[in-house]
Structure formats: structure tokens, C-alpha cells
Design a protein around this ligand. Structure first.
Ligand SMILES: [Zn+2]
Length: 445
């Protein structure tokens, strides 16, 4: 029985010995595969083709015979049989909710239907995360979220009702009105994207509202962008709000979050292992990589009843580490640093893997750097990687000292790879509001 003092939403499951958890996953997996086979034409054909069939998965090796599914395959199924493809495991009339991917990258959005049980499950997953970060019935939770067809914080809203917290839904309010309401209602928890959380903090300052001084906001829960796990961005959020900040990550294809950061803030997010199988595969060979090795997140969900999701390739770049990396007592493994970026963002430079996000997290440690850009080019048959930085006007550290220090830090994080650091004139590098693109790969294709 859980009390409000328990650090766990689901104490039995979250602290279950690892081997029991693996056995539970396998039981749920077999049921999920049988359900998908019986109900969804798409999955029946795919499982038959893979030679797995309805009941062919008894071990993890059997499971890995199911070919990982790409977003392109999902899109194709949708295009061939509008609107939802032959993936549906229940008739459309069973659904209670419709959602679309955000389509921010200009791609055709994926259409998703949720049934009543999906919706219960969606909020359950969010409840793991909100409870783990300290949200309790006495809390007042503000959602700076538009409540549209993008799934965003919808599930989190219902998780708070499940927990018994007071929810403040801010729909189409202006930033100014939101900030005012957070102060006026004494919200203890604020939820938004990392970018928007910073924007609200800025607006609060302009309105003369000093949240760190008020002390009412205890925690900020972010989602929707990888920046929520970048240490320097997180520190900035915590400083501007005078609160602790936790990262979560979800996706429309699943309707909910798959990982959450607990109140110990271990620098990573726990995978909700009783609701998902989260594999990390080498994106080229599609073979599993060991703990500590970067790879692509491939997800299987046990909770989707309208659209089963088995071995879905997310393109998210992650590094999985064992559960005991965090001292909270959960047996759920962690993704170190949350979602590190997109697998397609990786640059191969003279045999070394370089991830723009890893460079960003180093560069952001330098207060003197205002903006930066990563340039890769091929000079005399050799690939050269250059980080161009703009130094903040009035920065105290002289360039002669900063330049070698930054170059050394970058090389140390990349197996000694030589990374050039050049100075750019103030204001010459492009600025971004959302979804920054700071990489310029000039190499011939
Ligand atoms: Zn933990």
C-alpha cells in the first residue's frame, strides 16, 4: 500500500528485483504480441513474415527476430489505407481520442487513435514520473500547454488528477497571464518545454515577479526537447525559477512518457520498465549495444490497445546505464543524460563518432561563449571539425586562454580527436528560437 510518503508511485514494481522484472516483461511481451497478431492486420502479416507468428516468442532472442519498424513503414501503412493504415487493433469507433505528431520538421504527421484503456495507461505512465519527482495531492500544478491535437502534456494533466493534485490548465493564455496565474495561485509545480519555461522566467522578471524570492514554485517538469537534460540549461532553469527541474521524454506514437527523472536527479531518466521494453541498438547493424554505448532507442509498448507498437525505431540517440547508477532504489535502468539527440545527427570524423549535443554540453559550460556553430569540412582528403564560437562582449577570460582550454575539453571528450576552435565575430552566427541547427557539414556526399 502506497502512502504520500512513499517515493514510488508503484512501490512493488519500481523496486522489483531485476530478474523478476525481466520475467514480468516477457509475460507482458507475449501477451502483447498475441494481441497484435489477433487484432491488427499489419502486425499479423509482419509477425508471420518474420517467422514468429502469434506464440513464437519465448525468449529475448525470439523477440529480436521481429524486425524493428521504422516511422517510414508506419507512414506508408497510413498512406496506403487512410487514415490510420491497417495497424489498428480495434475499430475506429472504439477510440476516445485523436492525436497528431507535431510535424515541426515539416514531415507529414502521424495519426494516432487512443481507446479508453490507452488513456488510463497514458496517465499511469506519467504518474510514475510526477510522483517520483515529488508531486503529491497537496500540490498545485500549472500546465503551460496549448491543449491541442499535439499530445504534449495531455497525459500529465490526467496523471495529476489521478494523484489528486490541483491542476491549472492554461490553454491559450498569454505568457504574461500564465506567469501571473502561477504567482497568484501559488503553483508548486510548473510544466512546459525547456525553451518555454525559460521564456516564462524571463517574462516574470519583466513583470517584476521574483519566483526564487516568492519560493512557491518547488519544481519545474519539462518535456518535448532534449535540452531538459543538458546540465547547463537545467541549471539555468533552476536558477531562474528557484526550483528543481526534472526531465521527462515521451512521443505521440506512444501517447505517453517512457522515462522520467526521479527526485535524486541522477543526471538521467529512468525507463518505465514494466510498461516498455527499451532496447538500444547499433543503428547500422540493429544489434543490441552494451550498457554505456550510444545507440538508437527502439521501443515496445505494453499499453497501447488501439495501435500496438513493437520494436519501433525512434531515431533517438541514447546511452543506457544500469539502475544502480541512481541511489533511489528503483530497479529501472536509466538513460544517461536523457535523450541525447537524433541518431541521424551523428557525425563520423576521422573514425570518431561526434554528437552535436555532446559538443553543446561542453561549450555551454563556458559562460564566455554566447553562440557557436559546428563546421565539418574535407581539407586535403582529411576531415576537419571546427567549432566556431562567439565570445560574449565583456567576457573576462581572454581568448588566448579560453581557446586552448575549450579545444582540450572537446578533444578529451572525443578520444583525443583534434577539434579546432575558432573565434567568430560577435553577432555573425545564426540564432535560433526553437529546434536549433548548429551543424554545417560541408563534406562532399
Ligand atoms: Zn532514481
Amino acid at each position: 500500500m502506497k502512502t504520500v510518503d512513499s517515493p514510488y508511485w508503484n512501490p512493488k514494481i519500481e523496486t522489483m528485483p531485476k530478474e523478476d522484472l525481466r520475467a514480468l516483461q516477457l509475460v507482458k511481451l507475449r501477451a502483447t504480441i498475441a494481441f497484435a497478431f489477433d487484432r491488427s492486420p499489419f502486425w499479423r502479416a509482419r509477425l508471420e513474415k518474420a517467422g514468429v507468428g502469434r506464440d513464437g516468442v519465448r525468449t529475448w532472442d525470439d523477440f529480436r527476430r521481429i524486425p524493428p519498424m521504422t516511422r517510414a513503414e508506419w507512414m506508408q501503412a497510413q498512406a496506403e489505407k487512410p487514415l490510420f493504415g491497417d495497424l489498428l487493433a480495434r475499430p475506429e469507433g472504439h477510440a476516445v481520442r485523436y492525436h497528431l505528431t507535431s510535424g515541426t520538421t515539416g514531415r507529414t504527421p502521424l495519426r494516432v487513435l487512443d481507446g479508453p484503456r490507452d488513456w488510463q495507461w497514458i496517465s499511469e505512465c506519467w504518474a510514475y514520473g510526477f510522483w517520483a519527482f515529488g508531486v503529491r495531492p497537496a500540490d498545485v500544478v500549472f500546465f503551460a500547454f496549448s491543449y491541442g491535437s499535439f499530445i504534449g502534456f495531455w497525459g500529465a494533466h490526467y496523471a495529476c488528477e489521478k494523484i489528486g493534485a490541483l491542476v491549472l490548465p492554461s490553454g491559450n493564455m498569454t505568457t504574461e497571464a500564465r506567469v501571473k496565474q502561477i504567482a497568484e495561485m501559488g503553483a508548486t509545480t510548473v510544466c512546459a518545454t525547456p525553451t518555454y519555461v525559460l521564456r516564462m522566467a524571463q517574462a516574470a522578471r519583466e513583470q517584476g515577479i521574483d519566483f526564487p524570492k516568492l519560493g512557491t514554485v518547488k519544481r519545474v517538469i519539462v518535456s518535448g526537447e532534449p535540452a531538459g537534460s543538458i546540465p547547463a540549461t537545467k541549471r539555468l532553469i533552476e536558477e531562474m525559477w528557484g526550483a528543481q527541474c526534472a526531465d521527462t521524454a515521451g512521443m505521440t506514437e506512444l501517447g505517453t512518457i517512457m522515462m522520467f527523472e526521479c527526485s535524486k536527479q541522477p543526471g538521467g531518466a529512468h525507463v518505465i520498465e514494466d510498461h516498455f521494453v527499451e532496447e538500444v541498438l547499433d543503428p547500422e547493424t540493429l544489434k543490441p549495444v552494451p550498457y554505456g554505448t550510444p545507440g538508437e532507442r527502439v521501443v515496445t509498448s505494453f499499453g497501447r490497445t488501439m495501435i500496438p507498437v513493437l520494436r519501433y525505431r525512434t531515431s533517438d540517440l541514447v546511452v543506457k546505464v544500469p539502475h544502480d547508477r541512481c541511489g533511489c532504489g528503483r530497479s529501472f535502468d536509466l538513460y544517461e543524460g536523457g535523450i541525447l539527440g537524433r541518431v541521424d545527427d551523428m557525425l563520423l570524423v576521422r573514425g570518431t563518432n561526434v554528437y552535436p549535443r555532446a559538443i553543446e554540453s561542453i561549450v555551454r559550460e563556458y559562460a564566455a561563449v554566447d553562440e557557436f556553430r559546428i563546421v565539418v569540412e574535407r581539407l586535403a582528403e582529411v576531415d576537419e571539425l571546427t567549432v566556431r564560437v562567439e565570445v560574449r562582449p565583456g567576457a573576462t577570460e581572454p581568448w588566448d586562454a579560453l581557446q586552448p582550454r575549450l579545444a582540450r575539453d572537446l578533444a578529451d571528450a572525443h578520444e583525443g580527436l583534434r577539434i579546432n576552435v575558432e573565434r567568430a565575430e560577435c553577432g555573425t552566427l545564426p540564432r535560433f528560437e526553437l529546434k536549433a541547427r548548429r551543424v554545417e557539414d560541408r563534406r562532399p556526399r
